[in-house]
Design a protein around this ligand. Structure first.
Ligand code: GYE
Length: 306
């Protein structure tokens, strides 16, 4: 008979929702804050969380998802490290009737029935905001502006989209030139290493666009190591607005940060409960974000949660 009021549980009389979450890794301050948000809000929502860290490797994420399917969790959520190559495992989840929610990053699969919703930022818009800052900053100058770009993880949605949004805006004026562009895998160490190489290969660098704060922070070390002043000799625009990034912005070492919120946990738990209760959810949930100048960073820092 119908069990009135019972939620979709794993059977065996246990009504607690079990979620399997396959995280990308711990590559950045953003990711650490994101993990914390998910763990805390699962506990708050009374959801049992099985959590795995894929160390930025797709094969590890696929393994984790398969193990969640085997364990018959109620719902799977994950942040796909790259956009491509998910159809097989997502079909396996679908066959097992386990709903999937994408958080933070998208997949490029044309079959939208493979997941219930995608919760996260508009990365193209973030790239546009970074580009727009540059356009405003150099509006009175006709000289060429030499830009170097530190890209996020190759093939990831934020790297692809931030690059595209930035290019779209700066591409309208030929004075903006991307002199060098390479991945720094969203990490501080790689950001430093690649910036050191840029400083050697590119004689005149006016601006660094880093796809996240951590790579920007690594690059600052490289710039200072080369005897240059970050924020002055080389202007820096980044994305995320985590604490360390905001501090560097307030200190004048970064010039502008586009915010990307990692606090997706509460919305994810909410959406999961709705999906499991059979309610309709929006196929795309976009997080709200702002931008910060150096002055705004000084004001926001004391209250900053991550
Ligand atoms: O910007 C970066 C992290 O997917 C939005 O991943 C996320 C990005 C974030 O490593 O710091």
């Amino acid at each position: 008979g119908a069990a009135t009021g019972s939620s979709a549980g794993a059977g065996g009389g246990n009504d607690k929702i079990v979620m399997g979450f396959a995280q990308v890794g711990a590559e950045s301050g953003w990711r650490t804050a994101n993990t914390k948000s998910i763990q805390e809000s699962a506990a708050q929502a009374g959801i049992e969380l099985k959590f795995s860290d894929a160390q930025q490797k797709q094969e590890n994420q696929i393994k984790a998802i398969r193990s969640y399917i085997q364990q018959k969790v109620d719902i799977i959520a994950f942040s796909p490290v790259v956009e491509s190559g998910w159809d097989t495992v997502l079909k396996e989840a679908q066959r097992a009737k386990i709903p999937v929610i994408l958080t933070d990053r998208a997949v490029d699969s044309p079959d939208k029935s493979l997941y219930k919703t995608f919760l996260g930022s508009d990365f193209v818009e973030e790239g546009r905001k970074a580009g727009q800052w540059l356009v405003d900053e150099y509006k009175d100058s006709k000289d060429p502006v030499n830009i170097v770009e530190l890209q996020g993880t190759t093939g990831s949605a934020p790297a692809n989209d931030r690059k595209a949004g930035f290019q779209e805006v700066i591409g309208a004026d030929p004075k903006f030139k991307i002199a060098a562009s390479q991945t720094g895998d969203f990490t501080r160490a790689k950001g430093k290493e690649v910036m050191e190489a840029f400083l050697k290969s590119t004689p005149k660098i006016d601006v660094l666009f880093a796809h996240n704060d951590d790579m920007g922070l690594g690059a600052i070390e490289a710039i200072e190591g080369a005897g240059k002043v970050p924020g002055k000799d080389i202007k820096i625009v980044t994305i995320d607005a985590v604490k360390d990034g905001m501090q560097a912005l307030a200190d004048g070492k970064i010039n502008y940060i586009v915010e990307c919120s990692p606090l997706l946990g509460p919305q994810l738990m909410d959406l999961s409960k709705k999906v499991l209760a059979g309610e309709q959810v929006e196929p795309r949930v976009v997080t709200e974000e702002t931008t910060f100048t150096q002055e705004q960073a000084k004001q926001a820092l004391p209250e900053r949660k991550y």
